[in-house]
Write a protein of this length. Structure first.
Length: 340
């Protein structure tokens, strides 16, 4: 479990791991980044109270670096990746081990089930669980057990990880997708089991959400630079929306200044049609049954385009210039720069 500024979530995450009922030895390795909110002190207190918890340092704060440090420090033949912003469902680990054995897969993952506490977080969670929000990947709500492109978090065979080379530490986001690509290229199976469920708690504020999605989009753009069309078509929808918005703004300015007029203006106005359709989609999602109270529905009107546009802007920057030092700064308070 890589950990950075998770004082509000860490204890629940750790408790959900330690409560797993297993008939084999297990440990929890926490990779501690340079937190500033008391998370490190909390982690040390938890480790002092349970000898199954081990601590390693992750001064770089990057997720793949922390994951690799924890994997190298671990002692058992199966690696279960867990997240400090998540909680494992009861029986998760035992079922995952059975699925690994039954399918012969190298990596098994399940459903990311997002939950929220505030109206804002509930709106984000609902969109995480919807194909409209995150593009319909199996782990956002798939119902059929099957071979998969990637796995959320993942329950992995250690010998396969050693074979393919652990996580790529040059990738700050999307490192799980890239690892699963190498696993599949090596001839191993990645498997989705919908009966495996992990509760995920999204970011708690609009600014943090926008930062998270911009960084994630930038690294997806980087992955497109590296791996081209091995990336699914769904990843190209948000940047297409950004480009349409940009063209619509230019057309609007030209119309207002009189540069475009008459028939040419009418033809150019066709660019507004997909934006009208998108606005109607956002409105329909906000008004759909299960959308919660009025405040949650209002947040949905802002959150859905924020997710798509932030991700799309990040993607275009990542494709054009590479992700470079882009990091997910959504857990760093007001900071939006790479850690030292």
């Amino acid at each position: 479990m890589p950990v950075l500024n998770e004082s509000a979530y860490l204890q629940h995450a750790v408790e959900s791991v330690l409560a797993q009922d297993l008939d084999v030895p297990a440990e929890l390795v926490l990779a501690l980044g340079p937190s500033t909110d008391g998370t490190t002190e909390l982690a040390r207190a938890l480790a002092d109270g349970d000898d199954r918890i081990r601590l390693v340092d992750n001064p770089a704060a990057h997720i793949p670096v922390g994951l690799n440090a924890a994997i190298r420090a671990s002692r058992y033949p199966t690696i279960i990746r867990v997240d400090a912003h998540s909680e494992l469902s009861p029986g998760y680990a035992a079922r995952a081990l059975r699925t690994l054995e039954r399918t012969g897969a190298a990596n098994v993952g399940g459903v990311m089930h997002a939950e929220g506490r505030t109206p804002f977080q509930k709106a984000v969670a609902r969109l995480y669980n919807s194909p409209v929000g995150l593009g319909g990947g199996a782990y956002h709500g798939g119902a059929r057990e099957s071979e998969a492109e990637s796995a959320y978090l993942g329950v992995m065979r250690r010998d396969v990880l050693d074979e393919v080379g652990l996580f790529d530490e040059t990738i700050r986001r999307g490192e799980d997708w890239e690892l699963n690509l190498r696993i599949r290229q090596a001839g191993h199976l990645v498997w989705f089991d919908p009966d495996l469920s992990v509760t995920y708690w999204p970011r708690e504020s609009w600014l943090r959400l926008a930062r998270q999605f911009r960084a994630t989009g930038a690294w997806r753009g980087e992955l497109v630079r590296r791996f081209g069309r091995r990336n699914g078509l769904r990843f190209f929808a948000p940047p297409a929306l950004v480009l349409i918005v940009a063209v619509a703004i230019v057309v609007g300015v030209l119309q207002l200044t009189g540069v475009l007029a008459g028939v040419s203006s009418l033809i150019a106005a066709a660019i507004y049609l997909p934006l009208v359709a998108y606005a109607l989609l956002v409105l329909a999602v906000a008004l759909a049954p299960g959308g919660g109270g009025i405040l949650q529905r209002l947040w949905t009107l802002l959150v859905l385009p924020t997710m798509h546009l932030s991700w799309g802007l990040g993607f275009l920057a990542g494709v054009l210039r590479g992700a470079r030092d882009t990091v997910d700064a959504s857990r760093l308070g007001t900071r939006n720069t790479p850690l030292p």
